[in-house]
Ligand binder design. Structure first.
Ligand SMILES: C[S@@+](CC[C@H](N)C(=O)[O-])C[C@H]1O[C@@H](n2cnc3c(N)ncnc32)[C@H](O)[C@@H]1O
Length: 219
């Protein structure tokens, strides 16, 4: 099935609210578990960046899992960051976590270069996927660990519909539509491997579920 791009930024208030209020417990706790399992040698402290952080649920989970770290969450959608900012206050993480409004690609990011770079579900939003890999190359310190997770495009629209029903059957229609569109916009593992070859980044790609892949390593 051909890729069907979706808009880059999730800037509509209704969409941002539905996303911020959704229950992502299963995939987001899996993200943190996989990150810790694949990068067991992370130092005790440093400055990390979460690229395309949305309302920050993963940013905050990683901050709690890595209590010595400062984390910068970056997103281009003000509507998403507004929800993230409220949650950041509630979670008392504002001394170690900062959310920054920036539409990638950019020439500068606060606190760069970073000791660790991670991202969940940004790549499939990007019209030009090399923006993610070039951002990592530009803003990562040499040798910095990297952990990326995203959706993989299924073989067919029928398979995409089946995945939506299986994994978000009980969610509001706007979220199910978003998830469906995201599956159609996602890159396949072999496309990600080709992007990495072009970028020269030495990351390893693995399929980790019926809908997710991860890329990890040091740059
Ligand atoms: C599916 S959400 C993922 C949010 C978060 N990482 C999570 O896993 O919950 C993708 C996010 O990437 C942001 N985004 C898309 N393209 C972007 C770009 N070029 N620069 C910055 N943010 C971008 C969108 O606004 C959206 O908040």
């Amino acid at each position: 099935m051909e890729r069907v791009p979706e808009p880059e930024l999730m800037n509509e208030e209704e969409q941002a609210r539905a996303y911020a209020e959704a229950d992502f417990e299963a995939p987001h706790s899996a993200f943190v578990d996989l990150l810790l399992r694949h990068l067991p040698q992370l130092p005790e402290s440093g400055v990390a960046v979460d690229l395309g952080c949305g309302p920050g649920d993963i940013t905050f989970r990683v901050a709690r899992a890595l209590p010595g770290w400062t984390i910068i969450g970056v997103d281009g959608a003000a509507a998403m960051l507004l929800h993230g900012q409220e949650d950041l206050m509630r979670q008392s993480l504002s001394e170690r976590v900062r959310l920054v409004h920036a539409h990638l690609p950019v020439n500068a990011l606060p606190a760069a270069p970073f000791d660790f770079l991670f991202s969940n579900s940004l790549l499939h939003h990007l019209a030009e996927p090399m923006v993610l890999w070039e951002t990592i190359r530009t803003f990562g310190k040499p040798g910095a660990p990297v952990f990326i997770m995203d959706l993989a495009r299924p073989e067919s629209r029928e398979e995409a519909r089946r995945l939506v029903e299986e994994h978000s059957g009980g969610e509001p229609p706007i979220l199910k539509k978003d998830f469906h569109n995201s599956l159609l916009a996602a890159y396949r593992v072999e496309e990600v491997e080709e992007q990495l070859r072009r970028s020269g980044l030495p990351l390893e790609v693995e399929t980790v579920s019926d809908r997710h892949w991860i890329a990890h390593g040091r740059i």
